[in-house]
Ligand binder design. Sequence first.
Ligand SMILES: NC(=O)c1ccc[n+]([C@@H]2O[C@H](COP(=O)([O-])OP(=O)(O)OC[C@H]3O[C@@H](n4cnc5c(N)ncnc54)[C@H](OP(=O)(O)O)[C@@H]3O)[C@@H](O)[C@H]2O)c1
Length: 304
Amino acid sequence: MKFFSLAGVNASRVAQGCMRIGGMSAEDIDRLIRHDLDLGINFFDHADIYGGGSCETKFGDFLRANPAMRNRMVIQSKCGIKPGSYDFSKEHILRQAEQSLSRLGTDHLDFLLLHRPDTLVEPEEVAEAFYQLSKAGKVLHFGVSNHNPMQMELLNRSLGENRITVDQLQFSMAFTTMIDAGINVNMENGAAVNRDDSVLDWCRLNGVTIQPWSPFQHGFFAGPFIGNPDYEKLNEKLDEISARYDVTPTGMAIAWILRHPAKMQPIVGTTNLDRISQIAAASDVTITHDEWYELYRASGKKLP
Ligand SMILES: NC(=O)c1ccc[n+]([C@@H]2O[C@H](COP(=O)([O-])OP(=O)(O)OC[C@H]3O[C@@H](n4cnc5c(N)ncnc54)[C@H](OP(=O)(O)O)[C@@H]3O)[C@@H](O)[C@H]2O)c1
């Protein structure tokens, strides 16, 4: 596993998503976390809402039983989504961060992200919440998820030293909206529609790390594209290029994301230990420029 500096933190290039651990036994979670750490995956992504809080609680049970493991981990959580609305008020952010800390059994979060844009956001309130959390040593770094550049600019204007370092966005071989618009500039086709305000380029220009979520899904929680008959050409090409590097298609789907020079940090949601090993093995593979485009085109995308 390779590492990189994320806001000065030594982070694995691949992160373990914890959204799907709520239904797992304590023994299976223990095995999953130790497996990740053994492979070098030291970054764990949570949110206050995952499993209604049970994902953080179960992860925290592991830490309460193994407190010495905390310093081998980078822990991230998110807040801002509540039933029926999004809420970036100071009170909500402070309350949710405290609850995440308590459930996770840790005295600090390495990263705290705002989960989905709240159109009623008052940036000064976010700034005050971030300042209090940072000053108390409860959150070390901050970020957002599913935000576009103007929304990040709006927040950053008030955030001072607690500027946004991460934007978590949906991205996979079969879900490439943030790349399609840039490739199709000036074309009349639908792929030219710039839905997210050139977020990929903005993040590169501003040193914000993109964390692709659902890197194996072809739509919003639509199911994986690997082995999916609707993605026959992509699977054929994945098989061909994976074999060339002696990795699996599952691993190659992550190597493809890692090949992008934006230095994205994919968050994988699988809890299958074998798949995680395949992903870790492929994360050291660097495919060629042309292979990257071959896979992009095999997913059904056309170059103008
Ligand atoms: N910021 C946001 O709005 C947002 C939204 C969603 C998720 N997230 C974060 O992103 C993480 C990943 O999301 P996700 O779980 O939807 O992503 P994912 O990694 O694309 O999907 C994982 C799911 O696909 C299944 N799967 C089937 N075949 C697979 C294969 N060949 N390779 C890998 N997985 C395969 C896995 O099952 P097995 O476990 O059986 O392998 C698992 O249920 C979450 O845990 C969460 O931390 C963030």
